[in-house]
Ligand binder design. Sequence first.
Ligand SMILES: Nc1ncnc2c1ncn2[C@@H]1O[C@H](COP(=O)(O)OP(=O)(O)O)[C@@H](O)[C@H]1O
Ligand SMILES: C=C(OP(=O)(O)O)C(=O)O
Ligand SMILES: [K+]
Ligand SMILES: [Mg+2]
Length: 579
Amino acid sequence: MSHSLTSSLLTPTKLIPLKSLPKPYLHFFQPQRGPILAVQWKPKSKSKSKSKSKQQNVLLAVADGAPDLSPVVLESSLEVDRASLSGLKENEVGSIPRTKFVCTIGLSTSGSDELEALAVGGMNVARLNMCHNTREWHKEVIERVRRLNEEKGFAVAVMMDTQGSEIHMGDLNGVASAKAEDGDIWTFTIRSFDAALPDRTISVSYDGFAEDVEVGDELLVDGGMVRFEVVEKIGPDVKCLCTDPGLLLPRANLALWRHGRLVLQRNNMLPTITSKDWLDIDFAMEEGVDFIALSFVRSADSINHLKSYIAARSPKSDIAVIAKIESVDSLKNLDEIIHVSDGAMVARGDMGSQIPLEQVPFVQQKVVQLCRRFNKPVIVASQLLESMIEHPIPTRAEVADVSEAVRQQADALMLSGESAMGIYPEKALAVLRSVSLRIERQCREERLHEALQIPSISSSLSDEIKEEICFSAAKMANKLQADALFVYTTNGYMASLLSRCRPDCRIFAFTATASVRKRLNLQWGLIPFRLKFSEDMHDNLSRTFSLLKLRGMIKSGDRIVAVSDMLQSFQVLTIPCTC
Ligand SMILES: Nc1ncnc2c1ncn2[C@@H]1O[C@H](COP(=O)(O)OP(=O)(O)O)[C@@H](O)[C@H]1O
Ligand SMILES: C=C(OP(=O)(O)O)C(=O)O
Ligand SMILES: [K+]
Ligand SMILES: [Mg+2]
């Protein structure tokens, strides 16, 4: 073995034969004589801080039996998501979608291998829906994601999604689903049962349910997937006739309609953030998740309330709050909600049971446009590839729906049941990826950016300057057909302003903090890196040029437009041969 393995700072943890090294790492190693071994090193220090030890990891490639060759030492001062690395290697720029992907984690995908398969397939954010399963279960998933990031070099962010004060069904005697047939009579009840539920009986989570309903009301299960008509009220029991048959799933959401409109009384009485949600929020803060998605937001107040709670309880945390647009009330207050949130989700599942279905596409378009205007990331969610829960290929209509969301240049697309309980989670993600790549290319060919008219968002002179710099840099990058935009960003703001312009070229975003880097995962077109950078732009540029060149991400002669939030400037450069 090479003598350089004796460094006193380092102690070997594992020897990995090169052939078993994860493929994305292979290109780290320059061709050398003799059989090559890859060695992963950990610092000797007994430091408990995982992130610290991760920072100090060093990868070495040594040519066994060739002591004259010094190892290629790869600085770990630059961290990038392994999925981005492999993407760039496979097919250069073309293989990393600009659109980001959120996957809901459920029983189909909660194991380490399944999570890794999703990360390899391009999952940027893992979403945990607190409507389902226990906190302990979610904690284990978070730990698996964290281990995946630490051990395998991914940067998957975690989003905790609250249950909110929706009315939902209880569990179905432990069975995975129950079929409701046309003409069946089912009993929806607020009684609780110690033993098994009687046949065709569903428990309901909200005590006021039996009082609120009226004979003749329509009861929509799971966003309208199954429908009933209320035919009789007997104390705590509500007898309902199945009018649209379908599968009843445990804990499915319920909505009541009367005279063609959603019944709102109970919405206005119940809090947006329930006592269970507060416990889940405490849990999310303890676990250090990256995003909290707040369900059934009605006004900016609940977002402000949650943000001030997080700031008071955990002042150093950097958790972003995402407003889920899924209640009819949120539509009246869209501007103020998006303005105070760190992002929004078009939660089409519940939205589709609160407003007529034909209005949902319009709401989607409006929320996507508003988020772009306010510079907030936006996720389009629910039923994008619903048929893939059971089938390996999507319907043509689903592909058209995904295409439309990509064409609207939403930041992210989300899988729900497809990844949580479906049989083909990886295939569903692969469809999102291939459709995104195809439509994004088409948008570039059509020069969609030329039609770009985004109004100013600036609230101060300094913001105005940043906005103008990013707008001009993106415009110039398009005009000069630059190979990449580089942005050195402290809190991610400049990176998000560049992303907002949806430029043609990829955007490499360098930031010093792990939490900012993970947050940028949700934003269109950004490839976030963790890198300590200085105020010396020249030094930053030459360091990043050589580090990225070493990884095959850029090459000599590439044209770069570089933006920095420290100098509030941008430069146009050509990558020299000598870095
Ligand atoms: N943590 C989980 N454990 C078990 N099943 C889950 C979990 N998360 C989601 N699911 C399943 O995936 C389906 C779709 O996920 P999602 O859209 O998040 O939930 P919902 O439809 O209840 O709002 C759910 O109805 C549920 O059957
Ligand atoms: C994303 C949604 O929320 P959830 O899956 O939590 O109901 C939705 O309703 O579309
Ligand atoms: K939820
Ligand atoms: Mg919902």
